[in-house]
Design a protein around this ligand. Structure first.
Ligand code: NAD
Length: 329
């Protein structure tokens, strides 16, 4: 089966590509290799005969040729500008990639879909990978799939806009789409601008870990491999026109997460960390419009698709830290 992945060189894209190749699927990957991509890993993957890579911007008209040539059964869009801080400093790319780029993909996917025979039409799915951030900051409770959109950063607003377009292509043009909303992912191959690699890099280089505000902002964290198993389950069993939350119930403040990481690094003796927590961190001016808390209600995917997390938080965090210390930081 052919699977077309946009954004295959990013953090989740690399993990997803590895997963589908292990399952002996044919993967066609598209990515324009921004600073956030894993170029070395793409070069290694290119040795696999079941992987075809195209360095291409999703805003390019050439996307049409790639979709038609690939004859995919599933199209997955992960390509995005993904770092909230960058969206605050320079929103332009977030609008042109996350919204206009996605529009370009939808346009050509629909043209491809229309040409398929009825059997292939029945099997075809387009999956847009969205984020819990579109629901905005929650004071209490958890957001289910019917929760109102309330994005607060240019990043989450661009993702929310993309979701609206996907939904309109489903309703208006009958493109078989699904949207999934994941909480914060962690695992191998994440860019060093993101919290967990940034904490490890700071510790390794004996630099202070910058902590926004008072460090009390809470996020829900999922191991990237659990997210990938959820994506696979959604593509196999999910109903088109539907949306699914993918969360973990691992809700933790940034400060507590940093403490946990330091504890693991100490326990494993990766570094000699014998000072108090306050020695390693530095509170910095809070992010503009910083959302306080996200939390997902995942009853739908659990009940309807029988998906549940496979990996424990502690174990997967240990695996992640091991990766960054011994493979790539
Ligand atoms: P990432 O930033 O690590 O990877 C994004 C990839 O998209 C990069 O390889 C980049 O080169 C590529 N890209 C960017 N602009 C492009 C363009 N114009 N044309 C082609 N390729 C382009 O992001 P990630 O963490 O892997 O996230 C992937 C997707 O999942 C994003 O859409 C993000 O919004 C969503 N998501 C991520 C998380 C998370 O915690 N990482 C959580 C929820 C949702």
């Amino acid at each position: 089966m052919n699977i077309l992945i946009f954004g295959c060189a990013g953090f989740i894209g690399i993990n997803l590509t590895h997963h589908f190749l292990k399952k002996k699927h044919k993967v066609i990957g598209v990515d324009n290799l921004t600073y956030a991509s894993n170029i070395d890993e793409i070069n290694l993957l290119k040795k696999n005969i079941n992987f075809k890579f195209f360095k291409l911007d999703i805003r390019s008209k050439q996307i049409q040729r790639i979709i038609d040539k690939s004859q995919p059964k599933w199209v997955i869009n992960l390509a995005a500008e993904s770092h909230v801080d960058n969206s605050i400093n320079n929103p332009n790319k977030f609008i042109t990639t996350n919204i206009n780029g996605l529009y370009n993909i939808l346009l050509f996917t629909e043209r491809y879909y229309k040409k398929l025979n009825n059997i292939n039409k029945k099997n075809f799915k387009f999956l847009q990978i969205s984020t819990d951030e579109v629901y905005g900051s929650l004071i209490r409770g958890s957001a289910n799939e019917n929760f109102r959109y309330n994005p607060s950063s240019p990043y989450s607003a661009s993702k929310a806009s993309a979701d609206m377009l996907v939904n309109s292509w489903n309703v208006t043009y009958k493109l078989p789409t699904i949207i999934s909303y994941s909480c914060n992912n962690f695992g191998p191959f994440q860019n060093k601008e993101k919290l967990i690699p940034k904490v490890l890099l700071s510790l390794k280089n004996s630099k202070k870990i910058p902590v926004y505000g008072n460090g009390m902002n809470k996020r829900e964290w999922i191991f990237v491999k659990d997210h990938i198993l959820a994506i696979e389950q959604i593509l196999n069993k999910g109903k088109t026109g539907n949306t699914y939350n993918i969360g973990s119930k691992n809700n933790i403040s940034n400060l507590d997460l940093i403490k946990k990481i330091i504890k693991i690094v100490k326990k494993k003796n990766y570094l000699n960390l014998d000072k108090k927590l306050s020695y390693y961190i530095e509170f910095v001016k809070d992010r503009k419009g910083h959302d306080f808390r996200y939390s997902l209600n995942c009853n739908k995917i659990k009940k309807k698709l029988s998906w549940k997390e496979k990996y424990t938080f502690e174990e997967s965090l240990e695996k992640t830290i091991y990766h960054y210390f011994f493979y790539k930081l």
